[in-house]
Design a protein around this ligand. Sequence first.
Ligand SMILES: C[S@@+](CC[C@H](N)C(=O)[O-])C[C@H]1O[C@@H](n2cnc3c(N)ncnc32)[C@H](O)[C@@H]1O
Length: 272
Amino acid sequence: MSKSKQLFQEVIQNDFCFEQKSMKIQNIKSYNTVMALSYFDKFFWLDKLDSTKWQDFVDYGCADGFLTKKIADIFPEKNICGFDYNAEMIGYANQDCNFENLYFTSVLPYSSDVVLLSSVLHEIYHYGDKAQIESFWNWLETAKPKYVIVRDMLNDLDGKPIINEWVVKVKNKYPKFVKDFEKKYGDINTERNFFHFLLKYSYKENWVRECAENYFACSLSEVEHKMKTLGYRVLHKDTTTSPYFKQKWERDFVFFVGDNYQIFSKLIFEKI
Ligand SMILES: C[S@@+](CC[C@H](N)C(=O)[O-])C[C@H]1O[C@@H](n2cnc3c(N)ncnc32)[C@H](O)[C@@H]1O
C-alpha cells in the first residue's frame, strides 16, 4: 500500500457522497484529452500557496488524474489524493500510476489541508439537486481544509450584445452545434451565451452531454458568500480570460477577444 493510501485510510463512506446523476460521458478518452489542453492555467496557485503550510492535498473531481499526477510529481514529500465520484475516471487514473505519494479514490476523503476544486463546482451545481449541493458544502465544512483552491467558469457575463462579426464567424463554422446550443440557451449574440458556447464546442465527441451541461450553473458571488459563511477569507482572486482559450479562439475563428471578458475565476481561500 502506498504511503499516501495509508494516510487517507480514514476515508469514510458517508452521506455527503451523492450518486452520479450526470449523463454518461460518450467518449471518456476524448473528454479527458480536451480537458487536459488547458491544464497550464489550472496551476495558477503553485506560486501563491506556501507549501510549508500544508501536507495533505485533495484534488476533488480529479477525472483521470492528469492534474493530480503532475501535482504528485511536483510535491513528492506531500500526500496527494485524487477523488472523483465517477469510478470509471478513477479506473483511468489508476492506470500507470506509480507515485508513492498519490492515491486515487471514489470515496470521499475525510479531511485534507488543501482541497482543489478545478472545473468542478459548476458540475456540482449543474448535476446536483439542492440537497446534494448542500451536502457538498457540508462536506467541505466537515473536512475543514486550511486552503480551498477554486478555478472555474465563475463570472458575471450577462445579456450585453457581443460583436456581430464574431457571432457570424462562429455560426458559419459550427452551424449544427450553434443550433443545438441556441435551442437550449437562446441566441449566441450575447456575451454570456457567446462565451458559454465557445467553451464547449471543442467537446465534439461528447457534444450531447456537454451541450446540456450548464457551465455557468454556479455564480462567483455565491461561492464567495458560501466560503465566507464557512469561515474563509480570500487569499487570492483573479478573474481572467484564459490565455489558452484566447489563442485557441484566435486560431479557430480569426478573432482576438483580448482581456475584456472575465470568463474564469481563480481563487484561493484560507480558513480564518
Ligand atoms: C470538468 S472535469 C474537471 C477535471 C479536473 N479537475 C480538471 O480541472 O481538469 C469535472 C470532474 O468532476 C467530477 N465531479 C463532478 N461532480 C462531482 C461530485 N459531486 N463529486 C465528485 N466528483 C465530481 C466529474 O466526474 C469530472 O471528472
